[in-house]
Write a protein that binds this ligand. Sequence first.
Ligand SMILES: C[S@@+](CC[C@H](N)C(=O)[O-])C[C@H]1O[C@@H](n2cnc3c(N)ncnc32)[C@H](O)[C@@H]1O
Length: 212
Amino acid sequence: MITNEFWLERWRSNGIDFHMEGVNPKLVNYWPSLPKGSRVLVPLCGKSNDLIWLAEQGYEVTGVELSSLAVIQFLGDNDFTFETHQEGDLKVHKVHDLPLRVVEGDYFQFTESGFDACYDRAAMVAMPASRRKEYVTHTLGLLSSSASILLISLRYDGDKQGPPFSVDETELSDLWGPGMQKIAVENLVQTTEEYKALGHHLFEESVWRLQH
Ligand SMILES: C[S@@+](CC[C@H](N)C(=O)[O-])C[C@H]1O[C@@H](n2cnc3c(N)ncnc32)[C@H](O)[C@@H]1O
């Protein structure tokens, strides 16, 4: 079962193979052009450098992450100075030199709304099938009706158990709605030896965008 404790333990044991050292090239390539100051939500953000890239574009960025270790590493590795305050069960860390906040706590307790855009990389696919609908409904509820979404999804063959989970295209469209368009696709088996070595024929990373 994928519980909050599962993720806290992943961080404690450094089982964070999902973390990328640099900025995700698919974010840089496919992020829509939005007015500076747009409020961007990054659910289940880990210690992703993508938060910094988004803030450097001039957006007001809010990442939400369960693990205090992830948050400490993110703030520490980047030498950020910040201030922290408590909002209910959530701790809000506001970085001094960038328009960036990291909210520490359970995403499902985070209820601030009206975000102009959302970036989901390894968040929806981190959710087990039993909680995926709840995750998407919660996320859509935090976004304005005209919000843009950039989502990176995964679909793979074989009997691997997630996370990351394989999400097929019908489910993805059912969850997010028909406006979600697939704009890029890469079979990682063809580009990254490790997926072939694991016996996959298909390990497809796809990029989806909802834009108004
Ligand atoms: C697969 S990682 C992806 C992290 C990040 N998006 C990235 O691209 O590196 C999923 C992250 O979601 C966090 N997480 C899982 N459940 C959560 C929840 N209910 N609330 C907030 N964060 C959660 C985990 O601690 C983990 O850091």
